[in-house]
Design a protein around this ligand. Structure first.
Ligand code: B16
Ligand code: MG
Length: 216
């Protein structure tokens, strides 16, 4: 099978924005009187902003009205954006730029499929917007991963059949979303967590189109 498109998740695949999400969520937790530990943060990976807040409040054992929750999510995002505005191309994860260039040169389409509503800004900050033929972010989907909507929309915008797409994902729900969309999936991270993926890699260093051919 010849792959025609690669669809990338953003946080945990192209950049590590999880650390900034953590700092902003922990600031909110402290304001509310409790500590949000790094291990709790693992539960937020690939999860939407609203769902992340619900998980944080579950950890703190607190309940609030929808209006209060909306205010909190907005405040957290303002704090998060302070970090994002300081991001530079140095924060692109190792090997990613080389792989994106290789895909471009081989004529393989490239899309982003992220739950983040800040994805276009992050791509701009790290100066890689020009690589993407389509960007599907949290503003363009109504169903969260493991629903395949984000990846199916990306394939549609690229004009490529899902069976000819491969998704790169660091979150379990993202791997499920890719498989639910009848796509191939390469997990980026730990094989124990991402065991449903067709292949798991630790990152893009030493990864190239040749390795992609082997799984597709
Ligand atoms: P925002 P991804 C996800 O990005 C993050 O992993 C997750 O922690 C975050 O809550 C979500 O984006 C929403 O982000 O608040 O910026 O809209 O992994 O889907 O690229
Ligand atoms: Mg991710």
């Amino acid at each position: 099978m010849k792959i025609k498109a690669c669809i990338f998740d953003l946080d945990g695949v192209i950049v590590d924005t999880a650390k900034y999400h953590y700092l902003a969520w922990n600031r909110l937790a402290k304001d509310l009187g409790f500590e949000f530990l790094p291990e709790h943060n693992e539960r937020l990976k690939g999860v939407s902003r609203v769902r992340s807040l619900e998980i944080l409040l579950e950890v703190g054992g607190l309940t609030f009205s929808d209006a209060e929750k909306e205010q909190m999510a907005t405040l957290k995002n303002e704090w998060y954006l302070e970090f994002i505005h300081k991001m530079t191309p140095d924060e692109i994860l190792p090997g990613v730029l080389t792989f994106l260039s290789e895909l471009r040169n081989a004529g393989i389409k490239i899309a982003l499929g992220s739950a983040s509503k800040n994805a276009p800004l992050i791509l701009q900050q790290v100066k890689i917007t020009q690589f993407f033929d389509a960007v599907i972010d949290g503003n363009k989907v109504s169903k969260a991963k493991p629903d395949p909507e984000v990846f199916l929309n990306a394939a549609k915008e690229l004009g490529v059949d899902p069976s000819l797409c491969v998704v790169f994902e660091d979150a379990e729900a993202g791997v499920e979303a890719a498989l639910n969309g009848n796509m191939r999936c390469i997990g980026v991270g730990s094989p124990e967590v991402l065991n449903r993926a067709n292949l798991v890699i630790p990152g893009f260093e030493n990864f190239s189109l040749v390795s992609l051919d082997a799984v597709c």
